[in-house]
Design a protein around this ligand. Sequence first.
Ligand code: NAD
Length: 491
Amino acid sequence: MRAFFMVRMEENAGMQLNYIANTSTPGSSGRTIPVIDPSDGQPFDEIQRSNSADLDSAVQAARQCLDTVWSKVNAAERGRLLMRLSASITAHADELAALEQRDCGKPTRQARADATALARYFEFYAGACDKLHGETIPFLDGYSVLTWREPHGVTGHIIPWNYPMQIFGRSVGGALAAGNVCVVKPAEDACLSLIRVAQLAAEVGFPAGALNIVTGYGHEVGDALARHPGIDHISFTGSPRVGTLIQQAAAERHCPVTLELGGKSPQIVFADADLDAAIPAILNAIVQNAGQTCSAGSRLLVEQAIYEPLLQRLGEAFSKLRVGPAAMDLDLGPLIRQSQQQRVWDFLSDAQVAGIPMVAQGQIVDEAPDTGFYQAPTLLRDVPVDHRLAQEEVFGPVLAAMAFRDEAHAIELANATPFGLVAGVWTRDGGRQFRMARGIRSGQVFINNYGAAGGVELPFGGFKSSGHGREKGFEALYGFTALKTVAIRHG
Ligand code: NAD
């Protein structure tokens, strides 16, 4: 098996092409972008630096597919196609994981979990295709009123680099299931697995143009996607800054947009919590994917009575964490790129200037090349609520701890950022569980767990600056459709 993956990676090495209308297609500019391995900082492949003409080709292919083929494929048949793609992803899971591991610096277990999640998204949405339906509405005598859920048409998907396969799965899986066709712009740092998935889709029978991949820089081809008049809906996952640009561009032509932006999510621990269960979950919520997770639990709010003992136990756990090359499959791999590493360093240096105490740091192993983008996980304490470490997304393995007095104070601190994506609450008190869930303004609240193991069934999205619209779960299908009301007067 392993030998096969090596061959496949060798075949793919050297030059990645766009995938438009089921055909590997060079970009029209003739320019490429190097693909860097975050574990050693060295280039090992190239992707196309596409431009607006390439994007236009993809949109035209998608439109033609929609008009001539895809709109005539019934819901049950769409479901079968998605299920075949899920099976093919499972059959190629190790290969896809290997591609994404090298591209993004993911430890082996994480890369494999992401490939499994990708297959699961297509499985879930395969089963949903023929269960998405409208309603009949009681109305005046002599009328029949019904609603239809119609696909938007050509949907654009701008994907970030932190979980390319997972975010592609939740976004493209839902869009295809609802009867749309897709033009996908992966992040320039993370294209390889998605190009391969599009090839697999063609192999299992998706018609040419249903799923198109165009690679390149965000400010070039991403911007072209946001402005293209042939795109009927945009699903964007990424930073709040770029989310604003996308929404502005889409507003010019009143194109609907789903924005999945960042977070500064709190993990809230009351004195009655089961700390043996909470500690590994708290750790994982900031360490997973080296902290480069939009829903990372990057703030730790602890009830005063257990602040010191919890920090002591967490500090011991942090100091045992090891960081190294992705293939070593340690607790953390490298960060995606040098600028991300610099961003984390800037936060830590600001913490030092502000006199914020460091409780503990993990270790970067000796085998980690100096040219890789490594960062030791870091636990900071007594972080002032208005410091940027308590307000802004680091997008690295840095946990900012602070103490709270009581329930009301915990809710006040939890809501004291511009974000509202996810929250975790640890308490055995049933009444408090509900009060906290009601009081926290975020798209997901987890009680006595953090993240529910990813749950593709669970709607996900933000309050406030974390975005709007929901992906994942059945709810996402409503966002990928437009509701049409049909009123028939029949006397
Ligand atoms: P980013 O916003 O820089 O890039 C995201 C995508 O947007 C990439 O494909 C990029 O090429 C593209 N892009 C960049 N500039 C663009 C422009 N002007 N027009 C159109 N497209 C453009 O973010 P990132 O660095 O890739 O990811 C990190 C950020 O994404 C973090 O803030 C993180 O919280 C957020 N994120 C959110 C979620 C979520 O589901 N809420 C998931 C993952 C990442």
